[in-house]
Design a protein around this ligand. Structure first.
Ligand code: FES
Ligand SMILES: [Fe+2]
Length: 347
């Protein structure tokens, strides 16, 4: 197994709507089995899906919207993971049950997105948690839509596919978007950010006709940051559309993609019939190509070619990851090693 995971980051667990009040949902993230729940008061929480008594997944237990009762011996745990009841104890047993804890994960919710902070296995949550990743655009943008898809590959292939500018004319060719005939030289300026890099604001390529439907000259800024988050901020006059594409490693063979769309455009529902299939068809095309790639790789991890300006972002991703892992291993602060650079490629 290759260890492609980066720990000590906030990861997207999924859209808020996935965890209903009084219900539990299980999810594996970075190989760790987690049970998410939402209390009757609407508060979200995440615990290791493992009863500290004898290891049975807590998710098999009963949840009353307040506490989980383990299905094996009835121990109860609250949303913080603290044990609140051990039915078999008698007065003779001198046990302080509140000191028994199911491992709890920091879990937060913002704008319709559930985030979970994932540490390396068997380590403690640090006292000072980093802030949640901030999204570009004004504060008053509202959640509009999410698409979620499971990619059958590790996170590295998924990220590189996401940041790859040269597959567009081949994988996403269509009459209304672009084709091989419309390929031309692109030149984009990139600058480092705190945890990644961004393509400095630019007007969309002249052959992206679909944007014209929005009415106006859009300005786009695309950014990537560790561990595996891409944001795209489109400004059209007073209006903003923000896309958050989050890749969450499930294990070394699966990566979940969530693409959230936020906007300040109140009437965007009128565009729903146009925008929804637009985003969906892109993701399906990426999914199909990743499936074929995995067929070629057949479970192997050969070193593959990264070549020219078109693959520079993939090289940067690997460099960021290596630098992060080294900084974590040496217990020193991460410093972004990337330069400012103009990249060119044909697509
Ligand atoms: S295993 Fe959970 S209560 Fe015993
Ligand atoms: Fe794609």
């Amino acid at each position: 197994m290759t260890d492609t995971f980066l720990y000590s980051f906030w990861y997207v667990a999924g859209p808020s709507a996935q965890v209903k009040r009084g219900k539990l949902e299980t999810k594996t993230i970075l190989g760790q089995k987690i049970v998410f729940g939402r209390t009757n008061e609407g508060e979200i929480f995440a615990l290791r899906d493992f009863c500290p008594h004898r290891g049975i997944p807590l998710s098999y237990g009963k949840f009353d919207g307040n506490e989980i009762e383990c299905c094996y011996h009835g121990w109860c745990f609250n949303s913080a993971g603290t044990c609140t009841k051990i039915p078999s104890l008698t007065e003779e047993d001198n046990v302080d049950i509140n000191r028994i804890k199911a491992t709890s994960y920091p879990c937060r919710e913002e704008g319709g997105v559930i985030w979970v902070y994932v540490m390396p296995p068997k380590t403690k949550v640090p006292e000072n948690l980093p802030a949640l990743p901030t999204l570009p655009g004004p504060k008053d943008k509202a959640f509009y839509h999410v698409d979620s898809v499971m990619f059958p590959c590790d996170v590295d292939h998924a990220v590189i596919g996401l940041m790859d500018p040269s597959h567009g004319p081949y994988v996403h060719a269509s009459w209304w978007w672009r084709s091989q005939r419309s390929m031309h030289l692109k030149q984009k300026k990139f600058a480092p950010t705190e945890l990644g890099f961004k393509m400095v604001s630019h007007k969309p390529s002249s052959n992206s006709r679909a944007y014209k439907i929005l009415g106006g000259e859009p300005i786009t800024e695309i950014a990537f940051q560790l561990p595996s988050l891409r944001t795209e901020h489109i400004t059209v006059g007073e209006n903003h559309i923000v896309l958050l594409t989050a890749l969450t490693p499930i294990d070394d063979k699966r990566t979940e993609l969530h693409q959230f769309m936020f906007t300040t455009i109140g009437l965007i529902n009128l565009l729903r019939p146009i925008l929804k299939p637009f985003g969906k068809s892109f993701i399906r095309q990426d999914l199909e190509i990743v499936r074929k790639q995995q067929e070629g790789l057949a479970g192997e991890h050969p070193s593959l070619m990264l070549l020219g300006g078109a693959d520079q972002q993939a090289l940067w991703y690997h460099k960021l990851k290596r630098t992060w892992a080294e900084a974590a291993a040496n217990n020193v602060p991460f410093q972004n090693p990337l330069p400012e650079k103009t990249l060119q490629w044909r697509s």
